[in-house]
Design a protein around this ligand. Sequence first.
Ligand code: CMP
Length: 139
Amino acid sequence: MTTNRTFTMIKPDAIANGHMGAIIDHIIKAGFKVIALKYTSLSPEMAGKFYEVHAERPFYKDLVAFMSSGPIVAAILEKDNAVADFRTVIGATDPQKADAGTIRNLYAKSIDANAVHGSDSDENAMIEGNFFFSAFERN
Ligand code: CMP
């Protein structure tokens, strides 16, 4: 089933570098409606749980340390074809390979500090949105 929602996090690098407002603006101008939005931070335990699908990958430890190093913004977004369209808007995981004008091309520096996360499937969008937001927060 295809849903019209995706989930994003603005990562600690983008917050620390002052890009939070520009990235939210970019997302809205790209046609996404903000359904839920939260400025918060992740403990190492929570970051580890969020990214546990990557637990066996060599970058997992660094990823967990980085994602718990400072505040983040979590959001549920809505648009037709949300998951795929949002991945186009943010660009490739490695900012060096991200197309010009994408969020990672504009605001990210490295594959670790890559400014934003975007869900890779409808199923994960649901799981990730539920991780951060209670039922009444994601109506
Ligand atoms: P994200 O979309 O948040 O999902 C997992 C994250 O792991 C990814 O963005 C990157 O920031 C990070 N990462 C670090 N190294 C790699 C790698 N070699 N391949 C994929 N993701 C990586």
